[in-house]
Design a protein around this ligand. Structure first.
Ligand SMILES: *[C@@H]1O[C@H](CO)[C@@H](O)[C@H](O)[C@H]1NC(C)=O
Ligand SMILES: *[C@@H]1O[C@H](CO)[C@@H](O)[C@H](O)[C@H]1NC(C)=O
Length: 256
């Protein structure tokens, strides 16, 4: 049978629709594959925990979803939902390759030996993450205030690290935050205004305020004193003016 023009057209369309999913596979999730590739390359893995499981040599649709610690949105689509790499002996810095896991909602790197500072542009690396657990590592430096721009966070665990400086007050903007812990660091200064129990802050160098003991605020006390003194002065001057006026008018009536 000869193919008519219309048949050819149908064959062409069928071809397009058969190819479309693989196009999507290539363009839509390639970045997630790059993301994991980059994470693996950037971390030291002395116990070979990722070496065996994270094998990129035989890519099939959804193959990364079987990697250790990887959860995908759908089992046959390489789009990463959660990364859970707790307690694998990993070393190195916070992996910047995460920027290419663009659908990530959960990141657990707890109980490893990661070090250096938490990146200042963390809100660009993991903008949609709802749960971030970096506890029990060796992260140092200050907590970047840009974490407050990860607006979906409802779990933020930074306890048991070597973080210093103050807790950024901007974290008070994280309106969905339910679990927050910075215990066992070297933090100082006032705790942010949002609610969290005292054990969230335990064992830091000089944290104060909130559920902890009050901050020693000498300048605050001085300001209060100045304010009291000023209002006292105003009242005194007012009373003095009133008294003088009274005496004057009184004498005006009496000695007229
Ligand atoms: C993210 O992916 C882009 C495009 O593939 C790549 O050029 C870039 O190096 C990746 N970023 C990181 C930090 O791996
Ligand atoms: C972070 O969020 C604040 C308040 O929503 C906004 O003003 C600021 O521009 C954001 N910063 C960045 C670097 O996105």
């Amino acid at each position: 049978m000869l193919l008519t023009g219309r048949d050819l057209c149908n064959v062409f369309l069928a071809g397009v629709f058969l190819l479309l999913p693989s196009c999507r596979f290539i363009s839509g999730v390639e970045s997630d594959i790059n993301c994991l590739r980059s994470i693996k390359a950037s971390l030291e893995d002395p116990l070979d925990m990722l070496t065996s499981s994270w094998d990129f040599s035989n890519p099939t649709e959804g193959f990364i979803c079987n990697f250790q610690g990887i959860e995908c949105w759908h089992p046959y689509e390489s789009r990463v939902l959660n990364i859970k790499l707790a307690d694998l002996g990993l070393k190195g810095q916070f992996p910047r390759g995460l920027v290419n896991c663009t659908s990530l909602t959960g990141l657990d790197l707890s109980s490893n030996s990661l070090s250096r500072s938490i990146p200042g542009d963390i809100h660009k690396l993991i903008p949609y993450v709802m749960s971030l657990d970096l506890s029990s590592n060796s992260f140092s430096g200050e907590i970047p205030n840009t974490i407050s721009n990860c607006t979906f966070l409802n779990v933020l665990k930074l306890d048991n690290n070597k973080l210093t400086g103050q807790i950024p007050p901007e974290l008070g903007r994280l309106s969905r935050l339910k679990v927050f812990s910075v215990a066992n660091n070297q933090l100082s200064g006032p705790v942010p205004t949002f609610a969290a129990g005292a054990d969230s802050y335990a064992n830091n160098r000089r944290l104060c305020g909130g559920p902890l003991k009050n901050c020693p605020s000498s300048s605050q006390n001085k300001n209060d004193l100045v304010r009291v003194f000023k209002s006292y002065t105003v009242v005194m001057l007012g009373a003095l003016g009133f008294g003088i006026g009274f005496v004057f008018s009184f004498s005006f009536f009496v000695f007229r």
